[in-house]
Write a protein that binds this ligand. Structure first.
Ligand code: FES
Ligand code: FES
Length: 200
């Protein structure tokens, strides 16, 4: 006679069925526990906007937003992303309306081949919010909280975007695009962002 333990399937030590919340939609899929979020996005869910460059956390091409903060999806296990709000480049626009960062990249030619662009855009979206929230960077002179957000100079943008490599060398236009988008977010009145665009 079969015992109850032999009748009910035991949980797999290597696979689980998970639900990922991506760009506001839930996706349920079985995964090997070793599957990275990047591979789940690209290979399992056909969300190929997120790119695989180095696959070891060096280039930033796979950058997505997890609960609004930047993460390299090649170093994130898909199972660990369950319960998080995942935003990929496919999800930053509002319907047909491009995100200001996307529009600035288009207007200012912030790309050439476009391989790094999805990661650059996701990073830039978060950079602008991090800056607006007053987060200092490694090149910020005055890091006291009461000093508020530092001027978003070209050096500040370069430092904050330094985790995203561009093989085409479109950096000058990318810095200009981030400055333009930051100015847009600030209501077009942010002189520091505009001067950063000019200085890039
Ligand atoms: S592919 Fe993830 S950092 Fe390069
Ligand atoms: S646009 Fe080609 S790698 Fe950045």
């Amino acid at each position: 006679m079969a015992t109850s333990s032999s009748l009910s399937p035991s949980p797999s030590p290597t696979h689980s069925t998970i639900t990922l919340n991506i760009n506001g939609e839930k996706h349920t899929l079985p995964v090997d526990h070793r599957t990275t979020l990047l591979d789940a996005l690209r290979e399992r869910l056909e969300l190929t906007g997120t790119k695989k460059g180095c696959d070891q956390g060096q280039c930033g091409a796979c950058t997505v937003l997890l609960d609004g903060r930047r993460a390299v999806s090649c170093l994130q296990l898909a199972v660990a992303a369950e319960g998080r709000e995942i935003t990929t480049v496919e999800g930053v626009a509002e319907g047909e309306r491009l995100h200001p960062v996307q529009q600035a990249f288009l207007d200012l030619d912030g790309y050439q081949c476009g391989y790094c662009t999805p990661g650059q855009i996701c990073s830039a979206v978060a950079v602008i919010e991090e800056h607006a929230a007053g987060w200092p960077s490694a090149v910020t002179d005055d890091v006291r909280p009461e000093a508020g957000p530092p001027p978003l100079t070209a050096d500040e943008i370069r430092e904050r975007m330094s985790g995203n490599l561009c093989r085409c060398g479109a950096y000058v236009s990318i810095v200009q695009a981030v400055a333009r988008a930051a100015a847009t977010r600030a209501g077009e009145g942010d002189d520091s962002a505009e001067s950063a665009e000019a200085a890039a």
